[in-house]
Design a binder for this molecule. Sequence first.
Ligand SMILES: Cc1cc2nc3c(=O)[nH]c(=O)nc-3n(C[C@H](O)[C@H](O)[C@H](O)COP(=O)(O)O)c2cc1C
Length: 248
Amino acid sequence: MNVVAIQGSPRRGGNTEIVLDAVLAGLIEASPAHVTVVRAADKKISGCVECFTCQTAKDVPGCAVQDDMREVYAALLAADLVILASPVFCWSVTAQLKAVLDRLYACFKFDETPPRCLLAGKKMALVVTSGGLREHGAALCEALYDSLVAFSQAADGGRLMCHLMKPPSQTRNDAALLARAKEFGRSLGKPSTRMSTRMEEVERAAILQALRENKYNRTETARALGISRRALIYKLRRFAKQGYPIDP
Ligand SMILES: Cc1cc2nc3c(=O)[nH]c(=O)nc-3n(C[C@H](O)[C@H](O)[C@H](O)COP(=O)(O)O)c2cc1C
């Protein structure tokens, strides 16, 4: 498995790094993986400049900004699993990670309906550390992540939310937290989860494609797929709740 973790904290040896290291240790234990950690703070990555050059490129990001995001695009496109890790900074992810997320705009091709995403079908996961409780900003990180997963047509590998964090010196010795992080990592690496997730993705992609091809007509789509209209409506309701577009 090819894994890319984008780590948003600027603090070396900080809480997010400690927790992410434990997650990756668990993951590697569960499944052989090639892991690349991108420390966003070490990279020169600007925000999106809104030139829309990317929208003229079809199957590549095609971003006009020539900075370190180029290597991040390459790593992301090659990944099976993308882990986003960040501390909560002022009710959201850090500015360093947000710059990366803004630049993912180039991975969406908006001339297609629904927009096609070059990251579709990949598994994503979220790791957050926060000084406060969920309602003190971490919930917004989760909302951001949920939107990204749904809009990217990616598979949600899960989230590890670590609240009320203490200084890194204490985090390093928090056996219960590190065990939880390792267990989360193992769950990301487990083949059974990957296979079932993959099957869901394949089914969803086939249904949404048939829906588009049949101009969103439910009866025609059900006929093309060889399932009952009722079964189709049931599945579409589920996709809609997950944020997938089911109407033009
Ligand atoms: C600039 C800054 C802003 C922060 N804002 C929040 C916040 O809005 N909500 C929260 O729960 N914690 C907040 N925290 C606490 C961090 O999320 C927490 O200490 C985190 O574990 C730090 O991770 P790190 O060591 O990897 O950077 C903030 C910390 C800093 C330095």
